[in-house]
Structure formats: C-alpha cells, structure tokens
Design a protein around this ligand. Structure first.
Ligand SMILES: Cc1cc2nc3c(=O)[nH]c(=O)nc-3n(C[C@H](O)[C@H](O)[C@H](O)COP(=O)(O)OP(=O)(O)OC[C@H]3O[C@@H](n4cnc5c(N)ncnc54)[C@H](O)[C@@H]3O)c2cc1C
Length: 274
C-alpha cells in the first residue's frame, strides 16, 4: 500500500486489482462478492496498516475518462480532480477551480465531499452512478447525495461510485486559469507538499480550526518516530522519514489527547484509517 497511498505507508494487500473500464470494475466487484475488498482512488486520504490488508484492493485510477458536454462534465470514478479542472478550463467552465489542487479522484472526493477555499464538491456534483456488491447499478441526484461536511450518502456504505456528473458555469478562460493558479500558489505556500501526507489529519471541529488548536498545544514540529506534525502547517501529519502507520497513529492520539485536555474539544481524524 506504500505504492498506492500519498502517505507512502502500508504493507501488502492480498492483491491490488486495477480495472481499466467501468464494466471491468463492476465485473471485479461481482467476482469478489463474498470476499473482503476496499476501493481506493488516489489513496490521498488513507492510512494503511503496516502489516498489510487482509483482502483485495481495487484501485480506480485507470477509469479516468472526462467528457465535457455543454456545461456538464462526466467523469469516471478514477479521474483526478486535477484532470477534471483542466478539462473545465479547456472548455471555459468555471466552478471547479477550488478542487484543482486536491490530489484525489472524483470517486474518493465525492465520498469525502472534498472541499477547499470555500468550494465543495457538493456544489457541483449533480448526479452519481454507483453499484452495490452484487453489481446492481443505481443513479442518485441532487439532495440524494446527502452531502455534509466531509460526508456524503456514500460515507460508511458498501457502494462503489462509478462516475459523476458535474455541472459548471460558463466563464472566462483567463479568469479560470488565474483563480486556479492563485489557489495553487496559496496551497504550496501553506502546505508541506514536499513530504508524503494525507492532507489535513483532522476534521474541522465546530467553531475551531484543528491546526490552530494543535499549534496552541505546542505540538508544531513534534515527532513520533518518523512521523511529524508539520512545522509548516500543524493540521498536516507528514511522513518525514519512513514512518510506519503506528507512528502516525501515535501522533493522531497525542493531538486528540492534548487538545481535549487543554481546550475540552474533541477532534476527529479526517484521514481514513484502514
Ligand atoms: C497534500 C494533500 C492535500 C489535500 N488537500 C485537501 C483539500 O484541500 N480538501 C480536501 O477535502 N481533501 C484534501 N486532501 C485529502 C484527499 O485528497 C481528499 O479527501 C480526496 O478527495 C480523496 O480522494 P482519493 O481518490 O485519494 O480517495 P482515497 O484516499 O483513495 O479514498 C478515500 C475514501 O473514499 C473511498 N473511495 C475512493 N474511491 C471510491 C469509489 N470510486 N467509490 C466508493 N468509495 C471510494 C475509499 O475507500 C476511502 O474510504 C488532501 C490530501 C493531500 C495528500
């Protein structure tokens, strides 16, 4: 899993299966009906265990077609948000700029309702096609997505997103490009992008910022083994030096404990711990 997560952490899965088409993905899911498996997109929000995964991993990144038709973009579940943003730009479609620097796929992004800089996928995803473990295919739209903060209809369910329809607005190419550049500059100034991580380690607790609470506990730069609370952005835990998952978990617990002791606030990991 080291090779399939942005944290660069994790032992072996039974097998990593990388279907090339939506049809193959559904076939694989049907074949694995009675087996343990997990779906992985770009692995940018996942902490995988050091002793591996007792089950199959289905990785979606080859199912990555992105087609624009008018102001609707249809994207395969493994299309990266960056690729969708670039197709939006080519077609002078605005509304997806916020997501261009989030290093995930639309499938993983829809599950998480990924967001940044006042944008959220909930505002642009209009329809989603998904399948269950028997390979039955369904479509939902609008409020059926039950989007909330880092939450959707798909959170904690055993469904696989196959594709999403994204609705954007006509815009000016120069303005779209300018906004994307501005947001990505902000991102690289604020975030430790030169180290492996899974983005923000914690969800934003209501009324607070997790990074500020962690900083105010004096935890900036604190390490457990090879994992460190980023000196650049306290909301990020980075894999500084071949950290095993246990080191990251140690830091997650340390942050939770100290923040609770000092401020009485519970912070919940945003990273999915497998
Ligand atoms: C440097 C960095 C910066 C980041 N910045 C942001 C940010 O600004 N905003 C933000 O919201 N997130 C951010 N993230 C976190 C992450 O990129 C997002 O959560 C992203 O949407 C996850 O997509 P993914 O394809 O990598 O999902 P994965 O990590 O592969 O999976 C995440 C979850 O979704 C499930 N999943 C994946 N694909 C499917 C599918 N097709 N069907 C069903 N379930 C699926 C997985 O099983 C898992 O539970 C950042 C991460 C990094 C490393």
């Amino acid at each position: 899993m080291k090779n399939h997560t942005t944290f660069k952490i994790g032992g072996n899965a039974k097998t990593v299966i990388i279907p090339k088409t939506e049809k193959e993905l559904v076939e694989v899911i049907k074949c694995l009906k009675n087996e343990k498996f997990i779906i992985v997109g770009n692995g940018s929000n996942i902490l995988a265990p050091d002793d591996g995964i007792d089950g199959y991993v289905i990785k979606t990144t080859k199912i990555n077609s992105v087609v624009a038709d008018g102001n609707i973009i249809t994207a395969g579940c493994g299309a990266t948000l960056a690729k969708i943003a670039s197709v939006a730009l080519e077609n002078s479609l605005s509304g997806f700029e916020f997501a261009s620097g989030i290093p995930g796929t639309i499938g993983g992004g829809a599950v998480m309702n990924a967001g940044a800089y006042d944008g959220e996928l909930s505002r642009v995803i209009k329809k989603t096609t998904y399948c269950d473990r028997d390979g039955n295919i369904y479509k939902i739209e609008g409020s059926q997505h039950e989007f909330g903060y880092r939450h959707s209809f798909f959170s904690d369910k055993d469904f696989t997103i196959l594709s999403c329809e994204i609705e954007l607005e006509k815009g000016q190419k120069e303005n779209i490009l300018c906004k994307m550049k501005e947001l990505n500059k902000k991102r690289s100034e604020k975030q430790p992008l030169n180290f492996p991580s899974a983005g923000s380690a914690f969800k934003r607790p209501e009324g607070y910022f997790a990074a500020k609470l962690i900083d105010d506990c004096g935890l900036r730069g604190v390490s457990v083994g090879g994992a460190q609370i980023s000196e650049k952005h306290c909301g990020f835990i980075i894999n500084k030096c071949n950290a095993p998952a246990e080191d990251v978990k140690g830091l997650l617990s340390l942050c939770q404990q100290r923040v609770f002791e000092k401020f009485g606030v519970s912070i919940e990991p945003e990273i999915k711990i497998l």
